[in-house]
Ligand binder design. Sequence first.
Ligand code: SF4
Ligand code: SF4
Length: 349
Amino acid sequence: MSMELRCAMELQGYPRGSCSTLAEDGSRHPACQVTLKREKGKWWRRIEAVHLSRPEDYLSIYQSGCNHTCLKCHSWHFTQRAAGRWMSTEMLAEEAAKYEEEVTVWEPRERATMWHATDLCRHCGLCVLEGRRSLLCPKKLDASQVVWSVQGWGPARNIVAFTGGDVCCRAEFYAEATEEIKKRCHKMWVLLETNGYGLTPRNLEILASGGVDSFWLDIKAYEEEVYKKLCGTTNKWILEAPARIVDMGFVLEVLTLYIPGWVEVDQIRRIAELVAEVDKEIPFTILAFFPEFKLRNIRAPSLWEMVSAYRAAKEAGLEKVKLGNISVFARTPSEWSTLISLVGVKALS
Ligand code: SF4
Ligand code: SF4
């Protein structure tokens, strides 16, 4: 068996991820064997899509194949199955270079996050379409900085993010992709949206050597047993990742999803405490779950549950907390105004 076919986690003394992936012929293989390959001296990855995403306002690379099998995955049709076209790290850098020509907002490295996007724009498009601003517009951008993408109106920030599936366990791919992107672009930051399973100390060193700038770490549950049922793996070293990431000089933001009956205020409070112990200024987003994949029978959280989770994160000491997927739990104008009166506009992602 060649080196790249051996599990990178097992080689480092960790258990293999929950990464069994369905191939087109109906067979199942680890994600890194059917959605990642080494060919012609470069890494290649199966990519479902590449586009300017909202509300993140950056270039998102949607990857196929994952080391988790989350019951609530919103992208299961390409993370749990091999899908999309093969793209080399050079081809991904080419996409980033093309995108860079359209960038309208140049962020400093510490804002190479999703969390900061809603400081700039609320994606209504009114400044472009009608020459006026919406009530919630932060009034930070000129209409010329707001552009159309397949997911709507907003700015184009100088960030490229790897999203969708996640094989950070094979850190060499992300390190090489980052190097290629930085070779081709002038000032593009590279963000990894990750479940953290692949973030072993060794892999973090590889990612740092490649020049990765920031992580959007999705801590999916605090209790290990809940985590295993929800995602298929342990979360032991994922809970250690925030301290390691910050120590190594990366930018970090954390997200967690409120899933009624699975991950509620008690666990969100523990996650927030863990993050606050590392640094109270780490941006933290609490997203509202909506039914998907194998959790279609679970309801979305209520407005009051989301506000309680927000308060728990603030009580834990975090200074930068936002709520996301607002339309899931605030559906009417009166729910919106209640929410704004309770947490303020700046806390809405
Ligand atoms: S996808 Fe990751 S966890 Fe799964 S076999 Fe490959 S290296 Fe191991
Ligand atoms: S900048 Fe334009 S698109 Fe963005 S919130 Fe303001 S008015 Fe809407």
